[in-house]
Write a protein that binds this ligand. Structure first.
Ligand code: G3P
Ligand code: CA
Length: 263
C-alpha cells in the first residue's frame, strides 16, 4: 500500500461466504487468512448458554427447526450446522465446520490462537429476552479477563447492538468495554454524530452509507470511529475505502485483504 491508511478487516460471522457461518472452522480459517478481527452474533439457549447463531430460528443454518431460545444447549448440539452450506465438504468429517459454536468455545479458540484478535460480539435481541444476554456476556468476559480491557491485551472485545438498550446495559456492567451502535436506518440525532450510551464506534450498514453520504463525515467530525457492514462487493469496498472507514466487516474477508494488499 502506498498510503498509511489501512482499515481493520473483520470476518462477518466468520466469513460467511466461503464457509458455514458461525462455525469454529470458519473463524479459524479467517484468522489463518490474516483478518484483524471476527464478528459473531450471540443468543441465549433455554438453559442460559450463549451460542453463536444469527437467526432466531435454526432452520436456515442447520438441519434443525424451531427457535434457538426454546432448546437447551444439549438439544441444539444434536444438529449439523455446516451441511446446509455450499462450502461444506461433504466427504470429510469436520466437526469444526458442523458443530454449534458456543461463545465460550470461540473465546477459548481466540485466546489459544496466540494472535492479536479483535472480537466483535453482537447481542441479539435485547428487548425480546430482557437483560439476560448482556448479563451473561459480561459474566463470560469477566471469566476470560476481558471485561476491563488494557491496550496490550491480545484479545480485544467490542460489543455491538442495533439496540441502544443493550449498549446501556454493557456500559452499566462493563464500562471499559467499547461498544458499536449498529445502524440500519438513522434514528433522530444520530445523523449529526450523536451516539447513545457512550458508544465509541458507529456501525452503519453499507446501504445506509450509500444513501447518506454525510453520515461517515459527521461521525468522524464527532470523534467517532466507523465500522461498516457487510462489505462484500468491489464497489462497496471502494466506497468505504474512499470514506477511510476504520473497520470493514465482510462475509468475504479474504477478498478485502487481497484488495488492500494490492493498493
Ligand atoms: O456487523 C454487523 C452486522 O452483522 C449486522 O447485521 O444482521 O448480519 O447481524 P446482521
Ligand atoms: Ca451480526
Amino acid at each position: 500500500m502506498t498510503s498509511a491508511y489501512r482499515p481493520l478487516v473483520f470476518a462477518h460471522r466468520g466469513g460467511a461466504d466461503a464457509l458455514p457461518e458461525h462455525t469454529l472452522g470458519a473463524y479459524l480459517r479467517a484468522l489463518e487468512d490474516g483478518v484483524d478481527g471476527l464478528e459473531c452474533d450471540v443468543r441465549l439457549t433455554r438453559d442460559g448458554h450463549l451460542v453463536c447463531v444469527h437467526d432466531r430460528r435454526l432452520n436456515r443454518t442447520s438441519n434443525g427447526k424451531g427457535l434457538v431460545s426454546r432448546r437447551t444447549l444439549a438439544q441444539l448440539d444434536e444438529y449439523n450446522y455446516g451441511s446446509w452450506h455450499p462450502g461444506y465438504p461433504a466427504d470429510e468429517e469436520l466437526p469444526d465446520l458442523s458443530r454449534l459454536l458456543t461463545l465460550e468455545r470461540l473465546l477459548e479458540a481466540v485466546r489459544d490462537s496466540g494472535r492479536p484478535v479483535r472480537l466483535l460480539i453482537e447481542t441479539k435481541h435485547p428487548s425480546r429476552y430482557g437483560a439476560e444476554v448482556e448479563r451473561r456476556l459480561v459474566g463470560m468476559l469477566r471469566r476470560f479477563g476481558l471485561a476491563e480491557p488494557k491496550p496490550d491485551d491480545p484479545v480485544q472485545v467490542t460489543v455491538m447492538s442495533f439496540a441502544a438498550l443493550a449498549l446501556r446495559r454493557i456500559r452499566a456492567q462493563a464500562p471499559g468495554v467499547p461498544t458499536v451502535y449498529l445502524l440500519e436506518l438513522l434514528p433522530p440525532g444520530v445523523g449529526k454524530g450523536k451516539l447513545p450510551f457512550g458508544a465509541r464506534i458507529a456501525g452503519p450498514g453499507v446501504d445506509l452509507v450509500r444513501s447518506r453520504p454525510g453520515l461517515l463525515p459527521a461521525m468522524r467530525a464527532a470523534g467517532h470511529r466507523t465500522y461498516v457492514w457487510t462489505v462484500n462487493e468491489p464497489a462497496d469496498l471502494e466506497l468505504v475505502l474512499r470514506h477511510r472507514v476504520d473497520g470493514v466487516i465482510s462475509d468475504r474477508p479474504k477478498f478485502v485483504l487481497d484488495h488492500l494488499a494490492q493498493m
